[in-house]
Design a binder for this molecule. Structure first.
Ligand SMILES: [Fe+2]
Length: 282
């Protein structure tokens, strides 16, 4: 083989490896059990399991996400949460979203907060995402937009609070008011927050939240050694808190790398992420 032949062989091999990695990092699901051990978890919630779906961006893992739903069902979660960016573009198929959501609610009670892409795809309609919300609600999903519900298990109760995205209504209440109102309404010490934006973790911790589940970062798109991802949302270089469990001034943050891709972006060394969160008493 001549010199040119060797160069072409190396280039061809690299192209094949890149294709395999693009398939692995964009089409295969990394299901990860993440334990949160804290002393303030009410006894009845010891062993509580949450399947955390984030940033689907209308991706399909199997028809109507049957493969994703099967992976979730195997884990027998107490609840399923969707932390935003379930859809991506204005022309995305909302009936397909509804069928995906129905597959989730058939497994466990499912709760959702909007992400920036729910609003982005509705641009021009001034924060009107009622079409996405109604498809989710038709499937039995509880959509929380600065609203809380109470979860009960083995006689104990916690508050589940969903924070709306800042891209939503300009006059929406600040996070600290949403936390205060949730405390006043239910009187539970323990707040589990759903919040699309991982970057609002410090704010949530300062509000006295115990656990926050988030997305938005997509794992920093390209995960290289000694980084927490290379590119964050809005082209932030070398973002922080993009993958898994972090302690944020005493609050437990789970940042999902998400499952889908925004627009043209593709992942490398960063498989679609399905955290299964398990609460344990210290
Ligand atoms: Fe996203």
């Amino acid at each position: 083989m001549g010199r040119m032949g060797k160069i072409l062989a190396v280039v061809a091999l690299l192209a094949v490896l890149v294709c395999i990695e693009l398939w692995r990092s964009n089409r295969t699901i990394d299901r990860e059990i993440i334990g949160i051990t804290r002393s303030d978890i009410p006894a009845g919630f010891d062993g509580f399991r949450i399947a955390h779906v984030s940033d689907l961006h209308s991706a399909q893992f199997g028809e109507d996400n049957s493969k994703l739903a099967a992976l979730i069902a195997e884990e027998q979660p107490d609840i399923i949460v969707i932390t935003g960016d379930a859809v991506d573009k204005p022309w995305d198929d909302l009936d397909a979203l509804e069928r995906t959501a129905a597959a989730f609610t058939a497994i466990a009670p499912t709760y959702c907060v909007p992400g920036n892409h729910e609003y982005k795809r509705a641009e021009g309609e001034s924060a009107n995402i009622s079409d996405v919300v109604s498809h989710l609600e038709n499937a039995g999903v509880t959509v929380l937009r600065n609203q809380a519900v109470e979860l009960e298990r083995n006689g104990d109760r916690i508050t589940l609070l969903g924070i709306d995205d800042p891209n939503g209504r300009a006059d929406q209440i600040p996070m600290e008011d949403a936390v205060r109102l949730a405390h006043e309404h239910y009187g539970n010490d323990f707040i589990l927050m759903l919040n699309h934006r991982y970057s609002r973790a410090e704010e949530a911790s300062a509000c006295g939240v115990q656990v926050m589940l988030a997305g938005h970062a997509h794992g920093g798109l390209i995960r290289l050694p000694f980084t927490d991802g290379v590119i964050g949302p809005s082209f932030v270089w070398f973002p922080k808190h993009t993958n898994g469990l972090y302690d944020i001034d005493g609050m437990s943050l789970v940042s999902s790398r998400g499952l889908g891709n925004a627009g043209w972006t593709r992942r490398m060394f960063n498989r679609p992420h399905l955290p299964i969160i398990e609460l344990h008493i210290k």
